[in-house]
Design a protein around this ligand. Structure first.
Ligand code: TYD
Ligand code: MG
Length: 458
């Protein structure tokens, strides 16, 4: 009797939603939490799995404490080499933080993390590679600047072996490339499955919280654009940084989409060179093409990304629809935002957009969602519609409401000052009485979008 009890392993089957990370006791076609269809995967939770026991890291029995009796402590942060990654993380990586860096294959995640490790002089770093052999990592390291004498490589996918190595080495930072390749012996499923990803991330989370050592995790993004593995991974980690860029362009963007220790969305810019990723000091220059600024259908938006202003060129093409239903295409901005702006133009400026094909792009394949860009998109559309270039060296900055009224975006002065620095001499936006504006830049404040047309083209 006793013998059988010892032999039987307690196994519980649960179904985890890939979209929202919710657990379900039985399989169902639709997730009752987020409403998505066909997103449930089976996970086998065994009694010795860490994820199975939901309690967090090293927490013995916690007791309630009065908030007022607690002392607020500034989190200590490990400064990483270079400015961009630090800024996106909110000023370095906090002690004990688990940070996920997601991106499509080949975008440069391994390059960024390896060059970070190589430049961390004076810090012991453990770089765990589950995808490449030590030889491959070494070959890549030879191309990159920096030579950290205290950098250790570990080609390993077993999470227990990785944690053992961590305990022996006492590193200041652990990098794991990638979470999808790891597996834990506590589960029978294959690496990359929902259960394994969750189990391994939980083990690493526990290690980070217990020791205070920050862990950087690489995660792959699927073709549909979501992080492979369950959404639960995004819930577990302290920060999620997305790595994006167009294959046809040299530049790469890192963007914080979640950060428990800093502001979002903060952006960082790099250029991919043959010696790794080089930081871009002046990103506004990257998304302005001086040769095209005199063309019809081009307007420059003064946007704000996190704490930093960024100028970006909006390009529009408006043409008579040749076949049946007019086409709409938006690259870099939300398609629904474009539809809304077109409807406002149709209704409030009496333009016949309904019979036109409309294409809108942000220069350089950039993707932004600042509502302060509305006016620039509208100006580009008007310029394309009338096939007339906009006044030279002009900036546009305002949010548009459904009534066609223009609204001030946050930190107008900050945006305009960036424009002035980049050689712009006039700005168009919402009425800004009482706002401090940079001298040397003529600002045209408008109340309604209908005023834009006569102001621009007379
Ligand atoms: P990689 O970091 O391997 O991407 P990920 O880890 O996100 O899959 O980046 C691979 C690409 O970067 C590859 O196409 C080659 C290019 N690359 C450079 O252009 N310069 C370099 O110095 C390095 C190391 C890579
Ligand atoms: Mg890689």
């Amino acid at each position: 009797m006793v013998y059988f009890a010892a032999m039987s392993k307690k196994v519980r089957t649960a179904y985890v939603c890939n979209a929202c990370g919710q657990d379900h006791a039985k399989w169902q076609g639709q997730c009752s939490s987020c409403g998505e269809w066909n997103t449930l995967s089976e996970v086998r939770l065994e009694s010795n799995s860490v994820a199975a026991s939901r309690s967090l890291p090293g927490t013995q029995q916690a007791t309630p404490q009065l908030l007022s009796s607690l002392e607020g402590q500034e989190v200590s942060r490990l400064r990483l080499p270079g400015k961009e990654l630090n800024r996106v993380l909110g000023g370095g990586i906090p002690a004990g933080a688990l940070v996920l860096i997601g991106g499509e294959p080949g975008i440069g995640k391994s390059t960024l993390l390896l060059q970070t490790a190589l430049r961390m002089l004076g810090s012991r770093v453990l770089y765990v590679s589950g995808e490449e052999s030590s030889q491959q990592v070494k070959l890549r390291a030879d191309r990159l600047p920096g030579d950290n004498p205290d950098l250790y490589l570990l080609p390993e996918t077993d999470v227990e072996a990785i944690l053992t190595a961590c305990q022996q080495l006492h590193p200041a930072l652990v990098i794991v490339d990638s979470i999808q390749t790891l597996y834990s012996g506590a589960l029978e499923s294959a690496p990359g499955t929902v259960g394994q990803v969750r189990e391994c991330a939980t083990r690493l989370l526990r290690y980070a919280k217990e020791t205070g050592v920050p862990v950087l995790l690489v995660g792959h993004i699927t073709k549909e654009g979501s992080l492979a593995g369950p959404k639960v991974l995004e819930h577990m980690v302290d920060a999620v940084i997305e790595f994006e860029g167009e294959r046809h362009y040299q530049y790469r963007v890192i963007r914080s989409v979640k950060n428990r220790f800093g502001p979002t969305p903060e952006l960082g810019f790099y250029e991919m060179q043959h010696t790794g990723l080089k930081e871009v000091a002046n990103p506004s220059a990257l998304f302005l093409s001086s040769s095209e600024s005199a063309a019809a259908g081009v307007a420059v938006a003064a946007t704000l990304q996190g704490q930093r202003p960024l100028l970006v060129e909006c390009q529009a093409l408006v043409a008579d629809a040749a076949y049946g239903t007019p086409q709409r295409s938006a690259n870099g901005i939300d398609m629904r935002r474009l539809s809304l702006l077109l409807a406002v133009l149709e209704k409030k400026c009496n333009l016949r957009m309904g019979s036109k094909d409309v294409f809108v792009n942000l220069a350089g394949g950039l993707r932004l969602d600042d509502p302060g860009m509305d006016l620039a998109i509208v100006a580009a559309l008007l310029s394309a519609y009338f096939d007339t270039p906009l006044p030279p060296h002009a900036l546009f900055v305002a949010e548009l409401s459904l009534t066609g009224a223009l609204r001030l975006p946050v930190r107008l002065e900050h945006r305009l000052t960036e424009g002035q620095r980049m050689g712009f001499i006039r700005g168009f936006g919402a009425q800004a009485s009482g706002q401090a504006l940079p001298e040397g830049l003529t600002y045209h404040g408008l109340a309604h979008v209908a005023e834009l047309l006569p102001t621009l083209f007379g």
